[in-house]
Design a protein around this ligand. Sequence first.
Ligand code: PLP
Length: 364
Amino acid sequence: MNIYFDNSATTVPVEKAFDAFLKCSYANPSSLHTLGFNAELEFLDSVKTIAKAIGCNSEEIVITSGATESNNLAIIGAARALKRKGNRIVTTKIEHPSVLEALKYLEKEGFEIVYVSPNENNEYTKECFLPHINENTILVSCMAVNNETGLLLPIEEIASGVKKVNPNLYFHTDNVQGFLRYNIKLKNIDLLSVSAHKIGGFKGVGALYIKKGVRLIPLLYGGGQQKNIRPGTHNLPLTVAFAAAINQNLQSLQHYKALKEYLLSKLPNCVTVNSKEDAAPYIVNISVKNIRSEIMLHFLSSKGVYVSSGSACAKGVSSYVLSALNVNNADSALRISFGYQNTKEEIDYFINALEEGISSIKTN
Ligand code: PLP
C-alpha cells in the first residue's frame, strides 16, 4: 500500500506531462534553422499556456528553474532595481525559505527587512501590513497560500492596501501552493511565482510573472535568452511538460473539500487540527497529542502512508511557521496534503494506521 499525502512537497506528475516531455523537439529554440524555429514555437506555445493560467500576457512570463529561482529573481532583482528609491522590504514571518533566505542576503547588503506578524486571530490582513509601509518601502513580498498550514492570505486586498499608501512599491506574491486552485487578479500584483512540480509537472521548472513595465536586475548573465532577464538555453522539455500539466489540470477544490471534510470527521479525539477551518482544503495540519512528529511520521511511513512533519524543505528543524502562527503543539505537527489522485478509502487506511500508531507508540 502506498498512500501519498505529501502533495504540497511535490505532486505525482500527470500523464500528459510525460507525453509532452517525450515528444518535444530536441533542437535549441535559439538555433536559426527550421528545427530551432519549430522548437521556439513549441516554447512560445507553452509560455502562452502558462501565461493564460496565471492571467497575463506571454511577454510577462519568464521561465525559471523553479519557484526558488522565481522568488530569488523577483526579490533580489527588484531590490537591486529599486535601491535608489528606498531600502525597506516588507514580508511575513511565514514565507517559504526561498523568500526568507533571499531577504536575509539582502539584509547583509544593507536593506531593512520588516517581518510582519499575524493579527490576534493568527491571520494576515492588510491591516497587519499598513503600519510598515512608507515612502521608503520598495517591495512587499507576501505568499498566497501557506505551505505548512494552508492558511489563505488575502493577497488582492493586501496588495491594493499597500499600494494605496505607496503606489511606487512592487508587490510580489509566491503563489506556488495556490496556483490553479486560487488564482489571483493581477491588478495590483507586479511579480508572482509558480512551480510546475506542485501541479502535476516536473521538478526543475517554474515561472515568474513580471508585470509589463516592472524592472528587475537579472541574477544571471549569458546568451540573451528571455530578454536577458533569465538567460540560458531554454528548458524546452520541462516547459512543455509544465504547460501539458496545466492543460490536463486535475486540481479540483471540490475534490479537496470533500477529502478534508471526510478526514476531519474521522480524526480520533487526541488529534487537534492546526489549520484554520477556511484554510486551503488540500493542506491539513494536525497534531497528535504527546507524540512527536517524526515518530508518528516514521510509523506511518512503515505502513505505507507518507505525510510530512512540516515543509519538506525544513527537514528536522522545528517549524518557524507554526511558531509564528502560535500553534501550541508544533512538536507533534503532521501535514497531510492531498493531490488529485487521493481517495476517501485512502483516508480510511490512514486513520487506521494513525490509530494503530497512537496505541503502539504510547504503550512503548
Ligand atoms: N514557495 C513555496 C510556498 C513552496 O512550497 C515551495 C516548495 O516547496 C517553493 C516556494 C519552492 O519551489 P521549488 O521547489 O520549485 O523551488
